[in-house]
Ligand binder design. Structure first.
Ligand code: SF4
Length: 121
């Protein structure tokens, strides 16, 4: 998922409403849809179009993947993956300790939100 901002159908509608846009117009302008995924188009000057003035401009309605980061299945699956991600994310390893059970529960939200990316074994 690295470098891309994937949306659920609910994310799309919620974000469009938050910025007072029609969901169909919002999708046409800002979203790539393919049969499996929805993802935000990237502007040429930054990783995410909602990253403005050093912060997330849609914080209250940000997509599931942003809300649950860094507790993504592929990040919590090993200490190596966690540490590699932490090198690039200054916010990691700073807050209170999160037990692995809680991290797994949170990561379950990613599996439910993006089942096409996390097929059941
Ligand atoms: S947290 Fe906000 S600015 Fe950052 S990637 Fe997600 S939507 Fe974009």
């Amino acid at each position: 998922m690295e470098g891309e901002v994937y949306l659920t159908e609910e994310d799309l509608v919620r974000i469009a409403k938050h910025i007072s846009a029609d969901p169909i117009d919002f999708e046409a302008k800002y979203v790539h849809r393919n049969p499996r995924t929805l993802r935000l188009r990237k502007p040429s000057d930054r990783q995410c179009l909602f990253h403005r003035d050093g912060r997330c401009s849609i914080h209250p309605v940000k997509p599931v993947q942003c809300r649950v980061f860094p507790f993504w299945p592929e990040i919590i699956e090993s200490a190596e993956a966690w540490n590699e991600t932490a090198v690039r994310c200054p916010g990691m390893n700073k807050g209170p300790l999160v037990q692995i059970e809680s991290a797994e529960e949170i990561s379950g939200e990613m599996r439910r939100a993006y089942p096409q990316m996390y097929p059941s074994p």
